[in-house]
Design a protein around this ligand. Structure first.
Ligand code: SF4
Ligand code: SF4
Ligand code: SF4
Length: 259
């Protein structure tokens, strides 16, 4: 009997820091089992060997920031049966989307000695603004256990089991004392997507939203609480403008506090 063909996985990079791809390499304990179940066919961060597509599952890291990338993502979509975006860059435009609030031409002339060599789009945008996406895994970087769950789900034809609730729920589950209630430390946990096991509050710090917005976040209510804690309007703008600044709920909330 011929051996069953293993599903082919590809990992693609756009504008990003590679941190989310490294989460896959960080799956040390699970990597052997993973390579037994799938053929890691295209992953240039890890291997120079590239097996041609089509691919059963593509993981896409990074945002679209150049005309070339805006074309390339369509090629990736064409050769991918399923396409999953990984990380804040791919799902929300990333920290590089801070430029979306300014005139990019002015920034280029300030940053680069020879701006005429720079070919860039006006905005850094998430992958879903360009092609259809089958699933989005949030985080900066993503959680490796959630990544394994997403890969496993797609290979088995089921929906990934990743929670859509807030970091607060994770805080309660692990019995962490609430930093906002205990000592008035501003925390974005109530509006931030779960996935990190409430890492920052467990070290007595407020969450700064690196997992991006949860499903239906009440950002206006949280801003009100932060104002009671003494955070200025400018402070609120900056709080919502970090890794997920261009995710719609965070973008709208930051804009509502601009002078
Ligand atoms: S989401 Fe964060 S960790 Fe992942 S590629 Fe972007 S900047 Fe790096
Ligand atoms: S510390 Fe932050 S994330 Fe944890 S319960 Fe309090 S507000 Fe929510
Ligand atoms: S900033 Fe928030 S979402 Fe990110 S690791 Fe800390 S607690 Fe988790």
């Amino acid at each position: 009997m011929p051996a069953k063909r293993k599903p082919k996985l590809a990992v693609w990079k756009f504008a990003s820091c590679d941190g989310c791809q490294l989460s896959l390499l960080d799956c040390e304990d699970e990597l052997l089992a993973l390579t037994g179940a799938i053929d890691i066919a295209n992953f240039v961060e890890a291997s120079r060997v590239v097996v041609q597509g089509p691919y059963d599952l593509s993981l896409v890291e990074g945002s679209i920031t150049t005309p070339h990338d805006a074309e390339r993502i369509h090629q990736v979509r064409r050769v991918s049966k399923h396409l999953v975006t990984i990380g804040a860059c791919a799902t929300a435009g990333g920290i590089q989307a801070l430029r979306n609030f300014k005139d990019v031409k002015q920034l280029v002339s300030i940053v680069y000695a020879t701006p005429e060599y720079i070919e860039t789009l006006n905005k850094s945008t998430p992958i879903a603004d360009h092609v259809s996406v089958d699933f989005q895994l949030q985080g900066c970087p993503i959680n490796k256990h959630q990544l394994i769950e997403v890969i496993s789900a797609f290979l088995n034809g089921r929906k990934p089991n990743t929670p859509a609730h807030s970091v607060c729920v994770e805080c309660k589950r692990r019995g962490t004392v609430c930093v906002m209630v205990a000592h008035g430390t501003p925390c974005l946990g109530p509006v931030t997507h779960a996935g990190c096991c409430a890492l920052c509050p467990s070290y007595n710090r407020g969450c700064y939203g690196c997992y991006g917005p949860m499903e239906t976040p009440n950002t206006a209510s949280l801003s009100d609480w932060w104002s009671h804690l003494g955070v200025s309007e400018d402070g609120l703008v900056r709080a919502f403008r970090t890794f997920n600044a261009y995710a719609e709920p965070f973008r709208k909330e930051s804009e509502s506090h601009e002078e």
